[in-house]
Design a protein around this ligand. Structure first.
Ligand code: KQY
Length: 371
């Protein structure tokens, strides 16, 4: 199980299922580092625990925790459907550091272990070192007994992609064509890697993600599939908002796109909250470490309701105590009439640089879990 497979998922008949396909469980990691999470990560830990409990209403949750935090996390995550496992990491973004699970038509489940470079390595990346984060996918796959494909040297984070499970992938040029991910590869070579490792055929490239997104514009904070042929797009009608040209450019691409089955896309607009900012006190309570992200109340936060997770029977979405929370809930409920929409406070997660989708990784149910 230690050795990675030398073939590719596509060659072996595997593909990435849509997020709405049934899950075995959702993975999370426990936040801890005080140079990313203010006040010694205590408010973030409370927020993560609330997300874990919300998910656990619908499906099991496994949370990876450092040895130092094992006792504390176990107490705070004490719940019959939450499992705490010791699993070291550099931070808590399992969407990006965990495996991308792939399945085949017999129900077997395997995982893709992308190379991780902390969102840009030494060219704009968010911290160093990151080798424990780069080991997270391998450790989760070993714990689950799933065979592993390793893309040694090919950098990708799970938040940079969304799929419809029917051959279509959404991503952004701002992230995947960024010189700080795979500088030696052009668009075609990157598309070939996505096709081989995720079993997709059509790649829809949005020019950019949300303004000030620390990940260089991850699509999971900006646009996602609701079902095949339907997407949700973060949206502002305000021409003065720095997100306005980004939304317009994405809309233009989506309106002209055809998916892998030849369908045009129905596009739902989801309002952007805020503008949201960290407070002076929140910024002052982040440890200062050489090379860490600047935290300043003047920096607009990349808040987005698109950063939600689909779980078995539910939607777990962030709320921001914002005037647009109610509208966002109504749009999500209309888009997912067969699921219960649960909103949990997302501000503390946003202060760390992401939201609910970024801190979770779904593991498909499959029918067996070996091979
Ligand atoms: O949003 C994400 N997918 C990760 C954000 C990392 C932020 C670290 N400060």
């Amino acid at each position: 199980m230690m050795t990675a497979l030398t073939s590719t998922p596509r060659a072996d008949g595997f593909y990435m299922p849509a997020e709405w396909a049934p899950h075995k469980q959702t993975w999370m990691l426990w936040p801890e580092r005080p140079d990313n999470w203010h006040s010694g990560a205590k408010p973030a830990q409370a927020a993560f625990a609330e997300v874990a409990r919300a998910i656990a209403r619908f499906e099991p949750v496994s949370v990876g925790v450092s040895a130092a935090q094992y006792e504390n996390a176990s107490a705070r995550l004490d719940h019959p459907h939450i499992r705490v496992v010791e699993l070291s990491s550099d931070d808590a973004w399992v969407r990006d550091t965990g495996p991308t699970f792939v399945v085949n038509h017999d129900g077997a489940v395997r995982g893709v272990d992308w190379t991780f470079n902390a969102w840009g390595g030494f060219d704009g990346g968010l911290y160093w070192p990151w080798q424990r984060d780069d080991q997270v996918a391998r450790k989760i796959l070993a714990l689950e007994g799933c065979a592993r494909y390793r893309t040694e040297g090919f950098v990708l984070e799970g938040g940079a992609i969304h799929v419809d499970g029917e051959g279509t992938l959404l991503t952004t040029e701002e992230c995947l064509l960024n010189r700080n991910r795979n500088p030696a590869l052009g668009r075609e070579a990157i598309e070939a890697m996505l096709r081989e490792h995720l079993g997709v055929d059509v790649i829809i490239w949005l020019p950019q993600g949300l303004h000030n997104d620390e990940t260089d514009g991850h699509v999971d904070n900006f646009c996602c599939f609701v079902r095949p042929g339907e997407v949700l797009l973060a949206w502002t009608d305000d021409p003065a908002d720095p997100n306005y040209p980004r939304c317009q450019a994405a809309l233009k691409v989506l309106e002209q796109a055809r998916d892998a089955r030849g369908r045009t896309l129905t596009i739902h607009r989801l309002p952007i909250p805020g503008p949201l900012h960290a407070s002076t006190a929140e910024c002052a309570a982040v440890d200062i470490v050489a090379g860490s992200q600047p935290r300043d109340p003047s920096i607009r936060l990349a808040g987005s309701y698109v950063n939600f997770l689909i779980v078995n029977g539910g939607i777990i979405a962030p709320a921001f105590d914002d005037a647009k929370d109610a509208e966002a809930r109504a749009i999500l409920a209309a888009c997912f009439p067969e699921r219960e929409v649960v909103m949990v406070p997302g501000r503390e997660i946003l202060l760390g640089g992401g939201n609910i989708h970024c801190i979770t990784q779904q593991q498909p149910a499959g029918r067996r879990h070996h091979g």
